[in-house]
Design a protein around this ligand. Structure first.
Ligand SMILES: *Cc1c(COP(=O)(O)O)cnc(C)c1O
Length: 372
């Protein structure tokens, strides 16, 4: 601690609790092989085309990127069918969340709404901005009480954050219902739909609000290259938003927050249709297999449209998490989301899924024997 004066908001903060890293677990348990199914990363790794481009472009790393990432924004505009003037690229979509709060929400005046539980970045960045963060509990089945969100919004509500498909449950809400919500909110209130996992939803067209973008003036959509595109470590995400707002974000954004290699990698993976198709195939088959097998082991598995599954095991969740760690499998306990009885596992490749299921079955069997 220090007696130097700092922002009073600092008093309430604890560090972000990330998924554990492979090296930490190798060291802790003396293991040579550890698999990580904790942070919803791409189970195929980095696209081969991206790896080739990064090798080729490594010699560019001494240069500043072009401020505002115009080449990538133009490519995305073509890809998504929106004007590039409505796109802002960031150092992960986390940066766009932070910028939206700082540009739109007035400290000490405005409030921000989200569900409970929700992605912790909304909460942390809102409070650091000195903006009141209000949460509405999800329904018992993790579906969205959209009516309550609409009722809770007032003239000082700057932003409403909804993650769709949701993290950590995997629940997805039809886009039409979110479009209705946007229309019901006060005119000044922006509905921010965080579509970090939208590519994994089936059918995607039923769930993405992108088709509504041109007709709803208070809609913002967040996307990321961290999940389906396999670039979490390079940090690249973007927002689709009204042009006036994109213009404001671009005026205050740190000019080089998207580095030159992240931009090149993003451009390459947008071209790599085979990698994307294979990712979707692996995630969709793996998701079904994991859900079926976990249910057969006596877990309560929640329906997921994302690249992960949330489940309640038939034993203490924290103990199962720790027993899996000891066996070299990292998944995510959800105590930090206020869900101590739940776990979240990212869909892995075929070998990782098999390993996770074998180890889980082993722990559950041992537990059952001790208790019967
Ligand atoms: C992973 C994730 C993101 C993406 O974050 P990046 O900063 O782009 O890596 C955004 N929102 C949610 C809910 C996520 O789970």
């Amino acid at each position: 601690m220090t007696d130097i004066p700092v922002r009073p908001e600092m008093a309430g903060f604890k560090a972000y609790v990330p998924g554990l890293s492979i090296d930490e677990i190798k060291d802790r348990y003396g293991l040579t092989k550890v698999i990580k199914m904790a942070s919803n990363e791409n189970p195929l790794g980095v696209s081969p085309l991206v790896q080739e481009r990064l090798r080729r472009d490594a010699a560019l790393a001494f240069r500043y990127a072009q401020a505002g990432t115009p080449v990538l924004r133009a490519a995305l505009a073509g890809h998504l069918g929106v004007p590039s003037s409505s796109l802002v690229a960031g150092n992960g979509s986390d940066e766009i969340i932070d910028l939206l709060l700082r540009v739109v929400a007035r400290p000490g005046v405005d409030n921000v709404l989200a569900f409970d539980p929700c992605f912790s970045i909304y909460d942390v960045q809102a409070r650091l901005c000195g903006v009141e963060f209000r949460q509405i509990p999800l329904n018992g089945d993790f579906s969205f009480p959209l009516e309550r969100l609409a009722d809770m919004a007032d003239e000082n509500t700057a932003l409403v954050f909804v993650t769709n498909p949701d993290n950590p449950s995997g629940h997805a809400c039809p886009a039409a219902a979110l479009a209705d919500l946007a229309r019901r909110l006060p005119r000044r209130t922006l509905l921010v739909v965080d579509e970090a996992y939208i590519e994994f939803a089936l059918p995607r067209d039923e769930y993405s609000v992108l088709p509504y973008f041109s007709s709803i003036s208070n809609l913002v959509i967040l996307r990321t290259f961290s999940k389906m595109y396999g670039l979490a470590g390079l940090r690249l995400g973007y927002g689709v938003m009204p042009e006036w707002l994109a213009d404001m974000l671009l005026r205050v954004k740190l000019p080089f927050s998207v580095n030159i290699l992240a931009e090149r990698a993003g451009l390459a993976v947008l071209e790599d249709e085979a990698f994307v198709a294979e990712t979707l195939r692996v995630v969709h088959t793996g998701r079904t297999e994991l859900a079926d097998e976990l249910s057969a082991l006596g877990c309560e598995v929640y329906p997921s449209q994302a690249n992960f599954l949330m489940f309640a095991p038939p034993m203490d969740a924290r103990t199962l998490f720790e027993e899996l760690l000891r066996r070299g499998v990292i998944i995510r306990p959800l105590g930090s989301y206020g869900l101590p009885g739940m776990l979240r596992v990212s869909v892995g490749n075929a070998e990782e899924n098999r390993e996770f299921l074998e180890k889980t079955a082993e722990v559950l069997r041992g537990h059952h024997h001790r208790h019967s």
